[in-house]
Design a protein around this ligand. Structure first.
Ligand SMILES: [Zn+2]
Length: 317
């Protein structure tokens, strides 16, 4: 028997960890969460395709027949969260639920990979096939039932999942709050500091609003524990610290951008990306382009930066 794939267990929740491929030095895993109700079993996210053996092993360890999975709940469309959707749909017959905003991407793996990897000219250099094949399986599993902020999914025996919209990292991300165990499940709005991927946010303003929303939610709903996709389970106090660190990281990306545009007028988008990654001691990654681009657009809208040809110029005082 291989080592257990069960990472954490508390109340109705069972967390399954799967390693992420690439240069993550074994520090980063992605997690999916079983939620065991008296009448229904849900799985939050399907993980990445390379983690399918871990997912299969989890069903065996928990002694859950595949056909007993009722619901697959998707936090957001990113490739490491929807990679086994197609397999789960075919093998379990579960109903797939999630946010409507990026349902087109979840329904089409190639479109999903392209939307991030090929969103920028620099991304065109990256091999879409290998990313696509590594992270998602051969078939997609589309979202069939849309849920929105405040919706409640009843799993029976007092286990209910309330949908909490947490936009910013993805503009169609949701988390789930389970009140009997006072547990909040969040995938990626609060990425851990050691995560080498600088894909922090798609919109800095919306992201900051979500940090405030999560902070208020923790206090008002007396959340006891927070389950995160790329980090260990946290107490509410630990999560508040993480929120502060996330705020600091968004600000640091923005400070880096301003510093480097001022120091090198006409700096290109790709160079800015490299400087920002260096400033955060991060691996230079195409995914970082998402956040750099978001902040540049934000600065341009505020009249703080302007693009001329291929270069960026500071226009604030
Ligand atoms: Zn994500």
């Amino acid at each position: 028997m291989k080592q257990s794939v069960i990472d954490y267990r508390s109340g109705p929740f069972v967390t399954v960890a799967m390693g992420l491929p690439g240069d993550h030095e074994g520090k980063t895993a992605t997690r999916v969460f079983f939620v065991l109700g008296a009448e229904r079993i849900a799985l939050i996210d399907s993980g990445l395709y390379a983690g399918l053996p871990a997912l299969k092993q989890a069903f065996r360890e928990l002694d859950i027949e595949l056909s007993r999975l009722d619901l697959l709940l998707i936090t957001h469309e990113h490739m490491d969260h929807v990679g086994n959707n197609g397999w789960l749909k075919a093998e379990t017959g579960c109903t797939i639920m999630g946010h409507a905003g990026r349902a087109d991407r979840v329904a089409d793996n190639l479109l999903n990979a392209k939307a991030i990897v090929h969103a920028f000219p620099e991304g065109e250099m990256f091999d879409l096939r290998s990313e696509y094949l590594d992270w998602m399986g051969p078939t997609a599993g589309p979202i069939e039932t849309f849920v929105a902020d405040g919706d409640v999914i009843d799993l029976g025996g007092g286990v209910e999942l309330e949908v909490v919209e947490v936009l910013g990292h993805s503009m169609s991300e949701i988390g789930f709050f389970e009140s009997s165990s006072q547990t909040l499940v969040l995938a990626d709005p609060l990425l851990p500091p050691f995560n080498p991927v600088l894909y922090l946010y798609e919109d800095p303003t919306v992201m900051r609003r979500t940090f405030d929303k999560i902070e208020a939610f923790l206090r008002e709903r007396e959340v006891k524990r927070v389950l995160l996709a790329h980090d260990d389970a946290k107490t509410s106090a630990e999560t508040l610290q993480l929120i502060d660190d996330c705020r600091r990281r968004v600000t640091k990306v923005e400070d880096s951008i301003v510093t480097h545009i001022k120091a090198q007028p006409g700096i290109t988008f790709a160079e800015l990306r490299d400087r920002c990654c260096e400033d955060q001691n991060m691996v230079k990654e195409w995914r970082a382009l998402v956040s750099i681009d978001a902040s540049l657009r934000n600065f341009a809208a505020q009249g703080l930066a302007r693009k001329e040809g291929n270069g960026w110029f500071y226009t604030g005082e």
